[in-house]
Design a protein around this ligand. Structure first.
Ligand code: MLT
Length: 333
């Protein structure tokens, strides 16, 4: 398979070997890489996970969060976890898709249209299947989901309401084929760039804009370098907590259970956090000088262009058109 890395293959061989040896009950202090800064939705989920992990292992195991991409770019942390040199990583779903393309069903434009849609998919059969696929393709297991909200468009140049307004504005996107193609369908070929380089690129005006949820725009202080927000809703951001499959298989059944339960508790907490905080954060961004506009005509043109061009192009990589049809059916569409 095109995306199946040698690293993931090596990781799975080691997992097999570990499964034959007896799991360790030694107390551990795990490392968790976190792409975003303190105060972010990722940070909130990470703190809850650590608290639950300690509680469920009677303090035997703990974990430390390394914020702001200190342990490497989000995509690099997937490789590090695959080979077992990193225990956990918290990162945006779009940065896993290059390693496990079926996950792309979560980043296809205008599929997830609400937090409730995101919860239904991640916590149901679709989430389970994607978890199995990431173990197979990338050597990492998804054990929790951060819900961060819609990725809104920000820029430093001008208010953008129409696709015509978007022309000539240079937008940074993650190195994610689906997102690159969405902007192309909108007539604005973007600049793919690692998350860890984004703030500086915006500050130095290497790029004019980017998209990320309100919670991320706020915690990353993008209001210092961006003025205009367009309230688009093309991707609802879900950000998985992954564990190295190699590390996971080296644990006792009791510890595995504790980790899965802690991930689940952190997931539920993340949804509550988003529901409670998003409106106030939006208000604060306005108070800090950002101008928020809605896309013209209920986003009609944006939706039509992106879905017509991008959905069919990625049917094969997400596992066939039937996968998307099934997701839409689950979501009642
Ligand atoms: C990205 O734009 O690369 C991600 O959304 C970054 C993140 O918030 O983790």
């Amino acid at each position: 398979m095109k995306y199946f890395t040698k690293l993931a293959q090596a990781a799975l061989i080691t997992v097999g070997m570990l499964a034959l040896s007896s799991p360790t009950a030694v107390a551990k202090s795990f490392k968790i890489a976190v792409g975003d800064s303190g105060g972010s939705a990722q940070h909130e989920l990470g703190k809850k996970f650590v608290e639950e992990l300690e509680k469920r292992t009677d303090g035997r195991h703990t974990a430390r969060l390394f914020l702001n991409g200190q342990l490497g770019s989000e995509q690099d942390t997937v490789n590090d976890a695959a080979i077992g040199t990193l225990d956990f990583s918290l990162l945006a779903i779009n940065n896993i898709t290059p390693f496990s393309p079926t996950v792309g069903v979560m980043t296809l434009p205008y599929v997830i249209l609400s937090l409730e849609d995101a919860e239904k998919l991640t916590q149901g059969e679709v989430g389970k299947e994607l978890t199995e696929n990431t173990i197979r393709d990338a050597g990492v297991r998804i054990i929790g989901w951060t819900y961060t909200g819609f990725r809104v468009l920000t820029n430093s140049k001008k208010p953008i309401k129409t696709l015509e307004d978007l022309k000539g504005v240079v937008i940074r996107v993650p190195k994610n084929e689906i997102m690159i193609d969405v902007y192309k369908s909108w007539g604005a070929p973007p600049t793919p760039m690692a998350w860890s380089e984004t703030f500086t690129a915006l500050q130095q005006k290497v790029v004019d804009g980017q998209d990320n949820p309100y919670l991320t725009v706020h915690s990353m202080k993008f209001y210092e370098v961006q003025k205009y927000v367009t309230n688009i809703r093309y991707i609802f951001s879900v950000e998985p907590l992954i564990v190295s499959e190699q590390v996971f298989q080296g644990l006792s059944d009791k510890d595995k259970k504790a980790i899965l339960e802690a991930g689940n508790a952190a997931t539920l907490h993340s949804a509550t956090h988003l529901r409670k905080s998003e409106a106030a954060i939006k208000k604060d961004l306005i108070a800090k000088g950002m101008q928020i506009d809605d896309p013209a005509n209920g986003e009609k043109e944006w939706i039509e262009k992106a879905t017509a061009a991008v959905w069919p192009k990625f049917y094969e990589s997400i596992g066939g058109k039937a996968k998307l049809d099934n997701v839409l059916k689950i979501l009642g569409r």
